[in-house]
Design a protein around this ligand. Sequence first.
Ligand SMILES: *[C@@H]1O[C@H](CO)[C@@H](O)[C@H](O)[C@H]1NC(C)=O
Ligand SMILES: *[C@@H]1O[C@H](CO)[C@@H](O)[C@H](O)[C@H]1NC(C)=O
Ligand SMILES: *[C@@H]1O[C@H](CO)[C@@H](O)[C@H](O)[C@H]1NC(C)=O
Ligand SMILES: *[C@@H]1O[C@H](CO)[C@@H](O)[C@H](O)[C@H]1NC(C)=O
Ligand SMILES: *[C@@H]1O[C@H](CO)[C@@H](O)[C@H](O)[C@H]1NC(C)=O
Ligand SMILES: *[C@@H]1O[C@H](CO)[C@@H](O)[C@H](O)[C@H]1NC(C)=O
Length: 792
Amino acid sequence: MSPLTVLGVFCGLFLLLFLSEYDTHNCVPRKSVPYQGNMKRFRAEGIWNYSTMLVQEDLGLLLLGAREVVYALDISDISVTKAEVYWGVTDEKQKDCQYKGKHAEIECRNYIRTLHKVDNSRMYVCGTNAFSPTCGYMTYSEGNLTLEKTLEEGKGKCPFDPFQRYSSVMVGNYLYSATSFNFLGSEPIVQRSSTSSLRTEFKSSWLNEPTFVYMDFVPESRNNPEGDDDKIYLFFSENAVEYDFYNKLVVSRVARVCKEDMGGQRTLQKKWTSFLKARLDCSLPEPSLPSVVQDVFLLRDADWRRSVFYAVFTPQSCTSDVSTVCAYNVSAIGRLFDTGKFKTPVTVATSHVKWVMYSGEVPTTRPGACINNAARSQGIMSSLDLPDKTLQFIRDRPLMDEAVAPLTGHPLLVKKGAKFTRLVVDNVLALDGERYAVLFIGTEDGYVQKAVNYAGEMFIIEEIQLYQNPDAIKTMRLSISTGQLYAGSDYGAVQMPLSDCGRYDLCLDCVLARDPYCGWDLSAGLCSAVANSTYASGTPSYFSRKMIQSLKDGDVSKCPESETVKPENYTLFPGNNIKLSCTPDSNLAEVHWLFSGQPLFSDTKYYIYDEGLLIHNASAEDAGRYTCESAERVNGRTLTRTMAIYQLQTHPEGSEMTTELPYGHSTQGPEEPHTMDPPEPRRDDLRLVGLQVAVAILSLMLVGLVAWNLCKGQFKKSPSATGQLKDQSGNYMHIQNSDSEIKQLKPTPVHNANNNHGAVITFNGNREHNFSPGGNLLTVDGLGYINDESEI
Ligand SMILES: *[C@@H]1O[C@H](CO)[C@@H](O)[C@H](O)[C@H]1NC(C)=O
Ligand SMILES: *[C@@H]1O[C@H](CO)[C@@H](O)[C@H](O)[C@H]1NC(C)=O
Ligand SMILES: *[C@@H]1O[C@H](CO)[C@@H](O)[C@H](O)[C@H]1NC(C)=O
Ligand SMILES: *[C@@H]1O[C@H](CO)[C@@H](O)[C@H](O)[C@H]1NC(C)=O
Ligand SMILES: *[C@@H]1O[C@H](CO)[C@@H](O)[C@H](O)[C@H]1NC(C)=O
Ligand SMILES: *[C@@H]1O[C@H](CO)[C@@H](O)[C@H](O)[C@H]1NC(C)=O
């Protein structure tokens, strides 16, 4: 046993290190809201790939593009279809596409990829149309959606390949798009479709196997003393040219062009003269490969200088599962392009090219700059007047030397687990008069993470499961006027309110939720939406409504006293197993049990688990007061509160009852038949506890050690890692799994023990697990008793 003990100690140390590492950069959602069947949903029989959305608030519509159909749905209830238009491929097109080697039923269909508003009721729509992209106009009038007869070539506006990512934005009547220009998808292009069309140079220094993610327009000419032009920003990832790496290394980029760019006269004819790009930085504190941008949202401000881009990133190395969110100041990006240094290629040794900072002379007419007052004063009225020297410079050096740093210097949010796919951001006016950016982040497994960053503290208010199956969220849109969020996946679209304050039925829970949308209304005794106050319209009646909200501190001291828990009386029958329920409101809370004021710990007698406390083979001495307390971490402090109190009293007739009555207690529900265990095996089980626990701990430690070695600090909860844990100590994992699940199911404290019919051990392999070594390990054996315990 002694060598085993030594090994155990070592493994334990490793395991602890490994677990603390696991927790360092992991933001855990305070609440987990499971799938709710009553959310408004849309899906049509036989239709897939609901991946394009356009919110038309003025028409009261959500336009939803799927495979071969566009739907006009009611913006406030997307299960209501107002109109639809079918846009399939012709047999001829499909045959042609199939002949070129594509799959007839999968690739040779028309995937709607573009929906832009043109004017009031007119929209621009593009589809892949069996690898022959096509665009057209669509109108919505008097309840009818119609696709206009004349269609146009969509090459360069929409990808050929439905699986390829791309982006576009409509500014005025011009479409700016970033996609691939050819059938093979090998010729990337950023273009403006207009009478004077412009495009990128086909050079790897401009675009090097890019994945386009997002494009948007910033009206920088507005209130601009320099007379600068409006800009179009593009976010993408591509193979890096600037790093020496043994393998292809992907980096994230932001690029921009000027709206009024006309191309050059001789050099860069019909090409952008203002295409500049820079690396986007969103690095973790620990060293890791650059992360890859997946989606961006522009949070606009009336003053464009204060607008902010929010971006989600996922790791490029398969050993990591840390997603991040970073924010970038539009002005800061502009400053980098306007004044930063360039990179330049230099040939080293034979034919090897290295990109280094350019320290030579930069032409006086700044390469890549838009035409502004200073240029005009030199007689340069459009990009056609730019000197050749400037154009040649920018043609060969579109990359900036410096990277764009995130607004706060580091990520706003870091989370392990299912990868982030999309995000939208709302700017919420809270009771303190400040505005907070609330991030809604879609994940690969169909959840939305609702998160805020309070002065550097990452906080996930809640995670909401949108789909029953773990389908990736492919598109997300906001409608501020209706307060709704729309998400689309391959299998359907779903609508979710931006807040559901009614979820919190106690003041403590409402305030600790730290949701800028919600506050505790003292007069109504409800957690209700702050926006419902008249604050927005400026009348002071809002103040008389007396709402409590404490976003940065989570200060609950103003909550009414009346929420104290009343003790519940129950009768104790010696010889039974007793279950006392207590589920914390929050995933951030830890539960402690007290018996007559003394703390209880899991051991052979007591079993503390996520739904409550189990007392094995209760005896008369176990009568007394049991208190369940939850300790929640709030902004670095720990807030302890009582969740439930149980007063157990021995039954006057004592143990006779248990032997004579199989359903041996007074409050037992009739639907819950109780079977007494034969005493002998149970005693054996109890004796086995110590040994089994030791084995479970050791196997876990070994797994931990292996994982630690494999991942070297970047623990990935890969399917195989989970599998190993399950194989070697399945029970442990199951208990941990049930942890998140049970919390999800019971957001409010359960005061009545009878509500809990047995301990439901459900598990959901897709959630992540918060390991809490220590007491819980002892629960390995306790599981055996759950099914045959008697309930109070
Ligand atoms: C809408 O379209 C249907 C069928 O094409 C037509 O019968 C109806 O008159 C149209 N409604 C309006 C208001 O144009
Ligand atoms: C369309 O949806 C199907 C699922 O029905 C999925 O297998 C396929 O990958 C999706 N296609 C695209 C282009 O996303
Ligand atoms: C972005 O930078 C500009 C100029 O420095 C500044 O005025 C603005 O407040 C910044 N925006 C944010 C959100 O910090
Ligand atoms: C907000 O007010 C409207 C009407 O004034 C009411 O219908 C709605 O239920 C309120 N919402 C909340 C969350 O209190
Ligand atoms: C529980 O029992 C105590 C006495 O032990 C009594 O004072 C109290 O009122 C009882 N509570 C309830 C809810 O019956
Ligand atoms: C329960 O406890 C009593 C004494 O308190 C003991 O005699 C009995 O054997 C125990 N039963 C089991 C199954 O451990």
